[in-house]
Write a protein that binds this ligand. Sequence first.
Ligand SMILES: Cc1cc2nc3c(=O)[nH]c(=O)nc-3n(C[C@H](O)[C@H](O)[C@H](O)COP(=O)(O)OP(=O)(O)OC[C@H]3O[C@@H](n4cnc5c(N)ncnc54)[C@H](O)[C@@H]3O)c2cc1C
Length: 533
Amino acid sequence: MNREEMLARVKERTQPWDIAVIGGGAVGAGVAVDASSRGLDVLLVEREDFGKGTSSRSTKLVHGGVRYLEQGNVALVMEALKERGLLLRNAPHIVHNLPFVVPNYSWWEGPFYGVGMKVYDLLAGEYNFGKSRILSLEETLEHLPTIRRDGLRGGVLYHDGQFDDTRLLTHLIATAVDHGATVLNYAAAVAMVKNVEGVVSGIFVEDRESGDRFTTKARVVVNATGIFADETRRLAQPDATTMISPSQGIHLVFDRSFLSGKTAIMVPHTKDGRVMFAIPWHDRTLVGTTDTPMEHASYEPVALGEEIAFILDTAALYLSKPPSREDVLSIYVGIRPLVKRAGAESSNTAALSRDHTIQIDPSGLLTIVGGKWTTYRHMAEDCVNQAITLGGLKDSPCVTFDLRIHGYHEHPEELGELRLYGTDADGIRTLSQANPVLAEKLHPDLPYVGAEIVWGARYEMSRTVDDALARRTRALLLNARAAAAIAPKVARLLAAELGRNEKWEKDQVASFTALAQQYILVPAKQTTEEVRS
Ligand SMILES: Cc1cc2nc3c(=O)[nH]c(=O)nc-3n(C[C@H](O)[C@H](O)[C@H](O)COP(=O)(O)OP(=O)(O)OC[C@H]3O[C@@H](n4cnc5c(N)ncnc54)[C@H](O)[C@@H]3O)c2cc1C
């Protein structure tokens, strides 16, 4: 994947694409994979970096959603459980089975959640990840050595999936490219091209690196812009009504000592009636999430004081060592693109459905929104089926049911630390062998080496320090201070790869350092100015 080459392809193109996808998150990437693997001619444009929106900020679970079961949305749970199974089969290098325990502090919780999890197992059918069962107190402590013990009676064990969201996203984009798609990051759709009947027939694209603007035609334009979907619809139809109800969720990241062991905790009922997770992820403990209705969409939303307090207070109820603000290695925030329900109360986004919606506006723009990361494949299949009808495109069946995702490896455990890269791990090792400096760790508190930064720039269209440290690697989420500390090294590596000058390097370091401040939780009595100095 090379951006210059992709840009040239778009600019040289005179024929319409079958489908132009706006948005390079889970949904847009899924649509590009589905359409290109059916043999359609696809362009995908992304205004920022692939995954800069919501798709890099999830809880990292490939799950049916125990909460949706409680809400009675059996169809959504069954669909998601099936998709969970397909993802494990098609991307075993990125998705794995993770045991969860619901800790029980009341007598009724064991039988109650025990039965609920049996239903969850049943709904998974042939895609089951392992049988749930009620655990004794001793067994619960074996799984969760750091759980709060006062009053603990036992637990209920069940299984779900875990993944690295941006590694999957990067490999979905690569899968689309492997099937002939053209993809471009830092390329915004700034307006719609319309034919004489006023129907959308292409997009005006702005190359955000050079500022150049150009048009490109398409038989169908798909709007997969998540929380920005209404803004995109208004490019085609300024009076389009609002579909999206943004809902913010935050995660706090701590070191592993808070949740040693390989099992996650699921709290089915927090005091605001939500589910909360504490999960082992990349040798850290990830705790989240909240569900706060928001007025506006934004790329770097800010955690509210009450959200932070809520996560810390709830975690303290379940962990023997209660985490404090000082323990937070990183805080990250995302906004769910939930679809408004007529008459639904906007103050309770937790009750809004996680089903997806496809809407074709009178302008001919096809919008796909909602759903979850877990269901991106099914969403994409529905969307491309609609696009084929809408654009009169060559009709061919969806093949993603058993399509292997880029990097697929039958025994990813053999790849050690580079497991997530799948078959690309060889390429990264080759870079390290050719230049031993690239084999060195970038920071003692982070698992990444220089070769991964170079690999991202050379083959995964990583263009900035933020791309390299937030999405091609997860340094910013694992330890925001350490990520800021290596920004100069990373900027130097990227500048050499991308042919940039010293000023570019300096600007990159300055903007990443400012961004990282937002992922650092200032201790209660310390001001932001003190942290910066
Ligand atoms: C806190 C939180 C936790 C979650 N946890 C989970 C989980 O554990 N499991 C799960 O299955 N789901 C989870 N989800 C849901 C999941 O993350 C989202 O449903 C999914 O990522 C949405 O993907 P998307 O492609 O619709 O949106 P996005 O990822 O936001 O992608 C939309 C893209 O469109 C781009 N764009 C916008 N306007 C333009 C334009 N004009 N031109 C070009 N590009 C444009 C944006 O830059 C953006 O990258 C979670 C969500 C949140 C917020």
